[in-house]
Design a protein around this ligand. Structure first.
Ligand SMILES: Cc1cc2nc3c(=O)[nH]c(=O)nc-3n(C[C@H](O)[C@H](O)[C@H](O)COP(=O)(O)OP(=O)(O)OC[C@H]3O[C@@H](n4cnc5c(N)ncnc54)[C@H](O)[C@@H]3O)c2cc1C
Length: 425
């Protein structure tokens, strides 16, 4: 441990994702002794840019949502990275392919009406599934459901309306050309970190909790837990004494599933740069295709919800088979020969994520606050699932990390008389 510790306090941060790195950096800045323990052999968590590909490929987060107020935008700019402000193509259908302009307009109206009903929800009313806000028998319900599967990783019948209503977005979406995951991972530089070090138990009976890991045990004055809600719900990390309320809250915040498939496309000039297609605007089980992101000769297919689960379960190649069939339906069979799979994700099968991002089950919008609440002045919680207004996102995760760090600093601030022992294995 180095640096002048704040009253000698020491903190273990579990997880080197956006939340954990944000928390650790804030604590280090305050002079708090900190160590990050990370189960994977890399940092970033669900933020992961693949660098050994022809282009940096974001396998997790890619968009700076609410980019005009997203702290990662400033961090990226300060690091000299390239912010791309091209307007996202998600709502447009390039060349009106398989989706007439009149139908696109009708869908846009249906979507605006759905979101207006969502925003009009009385916050004190009892919670319902967001699907109950769909117009009964509505022509565009399947596509609205597909959008939910992309944004929430789950269809609207699974998702709390009150929780969705709390999500706050400025509507500005930018990208980092060098990779959002690379930006987040770079924040680990200079922070004390143990990789390949999975936490199995947090024993917090003593004033200084003991953290058991696959590389031995550590003690500190406080622990910040940033593991995904899926792992807390599954008790992959156990607590002694047990924390049934935390496990119950995390269980109400399952991780939805979103997966990506990146394909190369030969003769790319026939497609618009930063174009977009829904594979089939009449179905929920359809993918969203980003054509030539950054003008590159690639197509990024995005799968959500039940479709993503089914295709992951079907095994390697299933995403590509599905995407080539949908694209052949739009362009004709000749497109198949121009497509090659480059990389596909399998976030549900990822042992340290078990999904992509959290949604709240109907009736459980308040689970986020319960998951985020500190325990006993020494256990603190952060991560995207703890965010009330920016859940599912990398900036939401980061802000909860900062908040947990501030809570630790407040708790252990002047006069707390903390121990001077070091974090030891
Ligand atoms: C396909 C996909 C697309 C996405 N797109 C976007 C997007 O465009 N924009 C956006 O803002 N967000 C997006 N996200 C979501 C965003 O990536 C996440 O919300 C964010 O990265 C979560 O950060 P976190 O710190 O909360 O969790 P994580 O990144 O999951 O970090 C938690 C860390 O804890 C570690 N861990 C787990 N268990 C243990 C253990 N037992 N011991 C020690 N360490 C452990 C994990 O390995 C991980 O590194 C996307 C995610 C996916 C999967």
């Amino acid at each position: 441990m180095s640096g002048a510790a704040l009253n000698g306090i020491e903190v273990i941060v579990i997880g080197a994702g956006a939340a954990g790195l944000g928390a650790a950096a804030r604590l280090a800045l305050a002079g708090v002794g900190v160590r990050i323990v990370e189960a994977r052999d890399r940092v970033g968590g669900r933020a992961h840019t693949l660098l050994d590909a022809p282009y940096p490929l974001d396998l997790g987060c890619g968009w700076l949502h609410s980019a005009d107020r997203n702290p990662w935008t400033q961090i990226a700019a300060a690091a000299g990275l390239t912010i791309d402000k091209t307007v996202p193509p998600w709502t447009r259908q390039s060349m009106d392919l398989g989706f007439s302009r009149a139908d696109q307009d009708a869908f846009e109206r249906a979507s605006a009406a759905f979101h207006a009903r969502l925003e009009a929800i009385d916050p004190s009313a009892s919670d319902v599934a967001a699907a109950s806000l769909l117009e009964p028998g509505g022509r565009w319900n399947p596509l609205l459901d597909a959008e939910s599967s992309f944004m929430n990783g789950a269809e609207l019948d699974c998702v709390s309306a009150q929780d969705l209503c709390r999500y706050s977005d400025s509507g500005v979406n930018w990208r980092v050309r060098e990779g959002y995951g690379a930006l987040i991972a770079a924040q680990a530089a200079g922070l004390p970190l143990s990789l390949g070090c999975a936490v199995t138990l947090i024993d917090w009976r003593d004033r200084r909790p003991r953290v058991e890991t696959t590389q031995g045990s550590l003690r500190a004055d406080a622990v910040i837990v940033t593991a995904p809600s899926s792992l807390i719900a599954a008790e992959a990390i156990r607590f002694r004494p047990e924390l049934p309320d935390k496990v119950a809250a995390a269980s109400m915040l399952p991780l939805g599933l979103a997966d990506k498939l990146v394909m190369t496309i030969a003769a790319p000039e026939s497609l618009p740069a930063d174009g977009h297609l829904f594979g089939d605007p009449n179905r929920t089980a359809t993918a969203s295709y980003h054509l030539r992101p950054f003008g590159r000769p690639l197509i990024e297919a995005f799968f959500g919800g039940r479709l993503a689960h089914d295709l992951e379960a079907a095994g390697p190649g299933a995403f590509f088979d599905f995407a080539s069939a949908e694209l052949a339906g739009l362009f004709g069979a000749c497109i198949r020969a121009r497509l090659r799979p480059l990389i596909e994700t399998r976030w549900a099968s990822d042992a340290f994520a078990r999904g992509s991002y959290s949604y709240a089950l109907p009736g459980h919008a308040d689970a986020r606050a319960r998951l985020a609440a500190p325990v006993g002045g020494r256990l603190f919680f952060a991560g995207e699932a703890c965010s009330q207004r920016a859940f599912t996102t990398a900036h939401g995760a980061y802000l909860t990390g900062l908040e947990a760090a501030e809570q630790v600093i407040l708790q252990h601030g002047a006069g707390s008389g903390s121990s001077q022992e070091s974090i030891t294995s």
